[in-house]
Design a protein around this ligand. Structure first.
Ligand SMILES: NC(=O)C1=CN([C@@H]2O[C@H](COP(=O)(O)OP(=O)(O)OC[C@H]3O[C@@H](n4cnc5c(N)ncnc54)[C@H](OP(=O)(O)O)[C@@H]3O)[C@@H](O)[C@H]2O)C=CC1
Ligand SMILES: O=C(O)CCC(=O)C(=O)O
Length: 480
């Protein structure tokens, strides 16, 4: 059966259906999904525009209850949706179910936000004048998301958008429509008024472009690649009226390991952060920056761990590294492996496709050593199970290497030294800093975002999300 778009509270048939291929087993299709275009975007914007004013003024208790129902609906279906997510994205089942539970917690948090109202009443510098500073919804928000967290990222954009009173036009990643559909069904069943939430399947360059060029869309929240992020920024600035925008993009995150680090902890963090989710996380550390005295022991122990990581089907009970999401991403990963070799780094482990019981996009966890920070494998985001080790003579040099990147999402350090940990926290040029913890895997109630080419615009998640999903109004009133 072919699936449908969700527009104005109705499931709308589409055209040009494409199979949703399981990367663990390319013979399996998770469903047939339509490819939308400008006509669907026009219809969704019209529905959203008509519904938005009422939703903006809706009762905050009812809004809270609606988000709470969505949170509960997601939690109740966690295993079912997690299985769909694992099938279409390739994330091992336990991780996939945990991501669904995280999406539920995010909706729960933003249900609470509906009730935590803020605002200021201030004196004026003029006699007889009162000032009020309040927040209003932005209006119709376009939400464009990637495939690597197909429910958590949509959740941390859709939940605050709804909580702060906006209408949503959601374009999920083309590679992961089935998880998005599961979420949309729950939002529909929770009783969100028609037009307040709309979802259109299809290609970014078609549906995404139609959203970007529509004058009825007031703001865009995007997560994905830097290149598409730049396109979105340019389109938002060029449109009339200009659109507010928020971009979450890549990372080339450093994980610094100092001589005094607990070696077992450092290796566990490296394995967890760089190779879970097949390394397909913007927060994954693709650079291990290791000081001299611990370098060889770290590399040896890490390789020993990599030898035992099970690569396999996302639904396999012992799988640690699932498949890469697509043939294109696998080709890109393998091209980076070749580039690393050509640049003179040592391929210390992996670097090749792996054959499993089912035909899928499997790749061995991969480690380069003898890398330098000017190599492409140390500068460009690979977005796969590929990391490199860079040697550093001391802490100061390690910090300089960590900061020598065009990105700045997250940065980690493993050390027993309070002095170095404190210095790293202070001087790391990243939006998020982790001490003796993985660079990946963040909380949902605190701000998420980075610097440089990693992020643009207000932070996501936690109460900071209000900055993007609301517009501040300053009202001056003659109080007589
Ligand atoms: N920081 C992060 O969290 C993430 C970073 N990435 C980075 O991006 C790379 C590629 O991943 P990918 O998912 O293809 O990322 P993209 O940036 O290509 O896609 C992200 C989203 O944007 C859409 N899109 C693509 N082109 C346009 C356009 N011209 N206008 C509007 N929307 C568009 C995509 O649609 P469609 O799916 O149809 O292409 C998708 O929904 C990765 O290798 C990684 O480097 C990826 C995912 C997450
Ligand atoms: O590491 C996390 O918890 C979030 C990662 C993320 O948002 C991403 O990879 O897109």
């Amino acid at each position: 059966m072919s699936e449908r778009h969700y527009i104005g509270g109705t499931w709308v048939a589409g055209q040009d259906h494409q199979p949703d291929v399981n990367p663990s087993d390319t013979r399996d299709s998770v469903g047939l999904f339509p490819s939308g275009g400008a006509a669907e975007v026009d219809a969704a914007v019209a529905a959203a525009t008509a519904a938005a004013p009422l939703w903006a003024r809706s009762n905050i208790q009812q809004r809270h209850d609606m988000l709470r129902r969505i949170a509960d609906g997601i939690a109740a279906a966690a295993t079912e949706i997690g299985t769909i997510l694992a099938r279409e994205e390739g994330k091992p089942l336990a991780e996939a179910v945990a991501e669904v539970q995280r999406a539920s917690q995010i909706f729960g948090f933003f249900a609470g936000e509906c009730l935590r109202q803020t605002g200021d009443r201030l004196a004026s510098i003029r006699d007889g004048v009162d000032i009020e500073v309040t927040r209003e919804p932005v209006g119709v928000v376009g939400i464009i998301t990637p495939w690597n967290f197909p429910i958590a990222i949509p959740a941390w954009k859709i939940a605050p958008a709804l909580a702060y009173g906006n209408a949503v036009l959601f374009k999920p990643a083309d590679l992961t429509p089935a998880t998005a559909l599961s979420l949309a069904r729950i939002i529909d069943q929770a009783g969100v008024p028609p037009g307040i939430f709309n979802m259109i399947f299809g290609k970014g360059r078609v549906v995404g472009n139609a959203i970007l060029s529509h004058p009825g869309v007031d703001a865009i929240s995007f997560t994905g690649s830097v290149n598409v992020g730049r396109t979105i920024a340019a389109a938002c600035v060029a449109s009339s009226p200009m659109k507010k925008f928020q971009l979450e993009m890549g990372g080339k995150n450093p994980f610094v390991i100092l001589d005094d680090a607990d070696l077992d902890l450092a290796v566990s963090i490296a394995v967890n952060a760089a190779y879970m989710s097949t390394g397909q996380r913007c927060t994954a550390p693709e650079r291990f920056i290791v000081t001299n005295a611990i370098h060889d022991r770290f590399v040896a122990q890490l390789i020993e761990r990599l030898r035992h990581l099970k690569v396999g089907h996302a639904l396999g009970s012992d799988t640690f590294v699932g498949p890469v999401v697509s043939q294109a991403q696998l080709d890109s990963n393998l091209a980076y492996v070749q580039r690393g070799c050509d640049e003179g780094a040592t391929l210390a482990f992996g670097g090749h496709r792996v054959a499993c019981d089912t035909p899928g996009f499997y790749m061995a966890p991969t480690l380069f050593t003898d890398a330098t920070n000017d190599m492409a494998i140390a500068r460009e985001e690979i977005f796969g199970p590929v990391a490199c080790v860079i040697r550093a003579k001391d802490y100061a040099y390690a910090l300089a290497l960590a900061n020598d990147t065009s990105f700045g999402l997250t940065a980690g350090i493993c050390t027993a030294s309070l002095k170095y940990a404190a210095d790293f926290k202070r001087n790391s040029r990243a939006g998020m800093v982790m001490v003796n913890l993985p660079t990946a895997g963040v909380d949902y109630h605190v701000p998420f975002g980075g610097r440089g080419s990693s992020s643009f615009g207000p932070r996501e998640q936690g109460r900071y999300a209000a900055e993007f999903y609301t517009s501040v109004k300053t009202a001056y009133v003659d109080s007589g």
